[in-house]
Write a new protein. Structure first.
Ligand SMILES: [Zn+2]
Length: 228
């Protein structure tokens, strides 16, 4: 049976991560007028489950999907999102470059990158890479109706294209995989980790949602980043 949405606050939910197929948490923020997703998901199958979970809760499908970074497990379901996708310029460029690479090298090169990708795409599921509909630089404020959301670029040890999604009224911060090391070695640059810890601390969120872990606290994430 597929998991249900987890409600974090009045306006924020999470569709939980899964290790087997490297599926990240998918966020959901409901405003009075619009709703927003954080990350699109790993494949058409993943986003179909997310949409089914939203329908089961009686929640409208997202109008906007913000991407935390370009990695396949967060973005390759973009061809099936409801509404528009939003990414920073680097994320969009990475997606365009990977789409070109797929066209040149074929799907097998992608599937063989990791066993979790092969599991996600078992049964010849289509691999489709889609650039973003809206590209921002620096930061962008989105008013969902009684619920402001801010998406902004951050420097991170994971990739060079990190975006945070902050829901200040709810005390929630989505950080994607920003606090992890780089794929595939997971080595974490200590200087970048320290800088990221400082950034996260100043945002003062009650709940921090990482890509592949249970929602936690600012203190937890900051301590882990400073441990090296
Ligand atoms: Zn990642």
């Amino acid at each position: 049976m597929n998991p249900s949405l987890i409600r974090l606050t009045e306006r924020v939910w999470v569709y939980p991560y899964e290790q087997e197929r490297d599926r990240p948490n998918l966020g959901y923020v409901r405003g009075d007028r619009l709703s927003l997703a954080v990350d699109a998901g790993h494949s058409d199958a993943h986003i179909a489950e997310y949409h089914a979970a939203l329908k089961a809760e009686g929640l409208p499908l997202p109008d906007i999907t913000v991407l935390t970074h370009w990695h396949w497990d967060h973005t390759f379901a973009m061809h099936r999102v409801h509404g528009l996708t939003l990414a920073n310029g680097r994320t969009d460029r990475h997606l365009r470059a990977f789409r070109k690479k797929l066209a040149c090298e074929g799907v097998e090169a992608f599937l063989s990158m990791h066993e979790t990708i092969r599991r996600e795409y078992a049964g010849n599921r289509p691999v489709v890479v889609t650039p973003a509909d809206i590209v921002f630089s620096g930061g962008i404020d989105i008013d969902l109706g009684g619920c402001p959301v801010r998406a902004f670029e951050v420097e991170s040890p994971h990739t060079d294209d990190g975006t945070f999604v902050q829901v200040p009224g709810e005390g929630v911060l989505f950080i994607g995989d920003a606090n992890s090391g780089a794929f595939p070695t997971w080595q974490r640059d200590a200087t970048k980790a320290k800088k990221l810890a400082d950034t996260i601390r100043t945002l003062d969120a009650r709940i921090v949602v990482e890509g592949h872990w249970t929602p936690t606290t600012t203190e937890d994430v900051v301590n882990d980043l400073l441990e090296g």
